[in-house]
Design a protein around this ligand. Structure first.
Ligand SMILES: [Zn+2]
Length: 293
C-alpha cells in the first residue's frame, strides 16, 4: 500500500497516521532528522510482520564522490563470496547453509499437510518467517561487507554483469541464493553514503586476463590459480579477476572522466519502492537528490 502524499508530518514516536486508516502504533527505528519532510509512506507485509517504509525529502545538493584515492576491484563468486584486488577473501557465511537445510525441512513438512487446513496455514507461516529471516540475515551480511570495502578503499569497482541472466544457467540456484545483484546495489548505495567512488566495469573476460601484462590466460572453472606464462605473475584466480576489475576501473575514470558515469544513489536498493519514487529521483538526479532512508 502506498500513501503518496502528506499535508503534515504523520510520524510521531509512537504512531504513524495514515489517511482513512488512522493512527497505527509503530516501532520507530530512528527519529526523522531535522530538515526532512515525509514524502511517502509505503506499507509492506513480510511473513506475518508489517513494515512502514518512510521516504524523506530534503532539498540539499550532495556532491558526487570524486574518483580519487585507493582503488579496489571486487570479484564476486560462489566459492568465495568476494575477492578483492588487495587479496582479501570473504567466504560465504556458514549460517546460510544451515538455514537452507532448515528451510528444506520445513518445506517438506508443509508438503505433507493438507492444503488450506489449519495445520497447513500454521506450517506455511513458519516457512514464510524463515524466508524472511534468511532475507534479513543476508541483507545484514551484505551491508557489513559493503562497509568493509569502504573501510579498505576510496574507490570500489565491480562488474557490470547482469546476474539475473547467469541465474538461468547451470549455476542458477546458487547464483540466486547468493543474491549478487542485491549486494552490488547495496555496495553502490553504501559508497554513495560514505562519499566513496563507485563504478561498474565491463565484465567480459575478467577471469581470463593477466592483470600484470594484460595477456590472455585461459582457465576453466576448476583452475583456481592464475599463472601467467608470459610475465610469470602468479596469484589466486579470483584475486587476479579483482585486479583486472580494478585496472578497468582506473582506465574507465581516466578515459571517460566523471561525466559518463552514473552517480550512485539509493534508487535500486532492495525493499525500496520502484515505480513512483524512481521516476521522481531520476529526473532530479543532476540537480538535487532525495536522501532516502
Ligand atoms: Zn602476465
Amino acid at each position: 500500500m502506498l500513501f503518496p502524499q502528506f499535508k503534515e508530518n504523520p510520524v510521531t514516536n509512537l504512531h504513524v497516521k495514515l489517511p482513512k486508516i488512522g493512527a497505527i502504533p509503530i516501532n520507530l527505528h530512528r527519529p526523522i532528522p531535522a530538515g526532512f519532510v515525509v514524502k511517502q509512506v509505503r506499507i509492506l507485509r513480510k511473513a506475518d510482520k508489517w513494515y512502514a517504509s518512510i521516504y524523506l525529502q530534503c532539498n540539499v545538493s550532495v556532491p558526487d564522490p570524486n574518483p580519487q584515492g585507493h582503488p579496489i576491484g571486487v570479484d564476486i563468486g560462489l566459492e568465495k563470496f568476494l575477492a578483492t584486488s588487495d587479496g582479501v577473501f570473504v567466504k560465504p557465511p556458514k549460517f546460510f547453509k544451515q538455514m537452507q537445510s532448515k528451510l528444506k525441512l520445513l518445506q517438506r513438512r508443509l508438503s505433507r499437510k493438507k492444503k488450506r487446513s489449519k495445520n497447513y496455514e500454521k506450517q506455511r507461516l513458519k516457512v514464510a518467517r524463515l524466508y524472511h529471516q534468511i532475507d534479513n540475515t543476508r541483507k545484514d551480511f551484505h551491508y557489513k561487507q559493503a562497509h568493509a570495502l569502504c573501510d579498505a578503499g576510496d574507490m570500489v569497482f565491480m562488474e557490470d554483469l547482469d546476474y539475473r541472466t547467469s541465474a538461468k544457467g547451470m549455476l542458477g540456484k546458487h547464483m540466486i541464493d547468493a543474491a549478487f545483484g542485491q549486494f552490488r546495489s547495496i555496495v553502490k548505495y553504501v559508497c554513495w553514503k560514505r562519499g566513496k567512488f563507485f563504478a561498474e566495469v565491463d565484465a567480459r573476460g575478467t577471469s581470463q586476463q593477466c592483470p600484470e601484462c594484460n595477456g590472455e590466460v585461459k582457465k576453466d572453472l576448476s583452475t583456481r590459480v592464475h599463472d601467467c606464462p608470459r610475465c610469470g605473475y602468479k596469484t589466486d584466480r579470483d584475486v587476479a579477476a579483482g585486479q583486472n576489475i580494478r585496472n578497468r576501473g582506473i582506465q574507465l575514470i581516466s578515459t571517460v572522466g566523471q561525466t559518463g558515469i552514473e552517480s550512485a544513489c539509493a534508487d535500486d536498493l532492495p525493499g525500496i519502492g520502484v515505480t513512483q519514487s524512481r521516476q521522481v529521483s531520476k529526473s532530479r538526479k543532476r540537480v538535487t537528490r532525495n536522501p532516502k532512508k
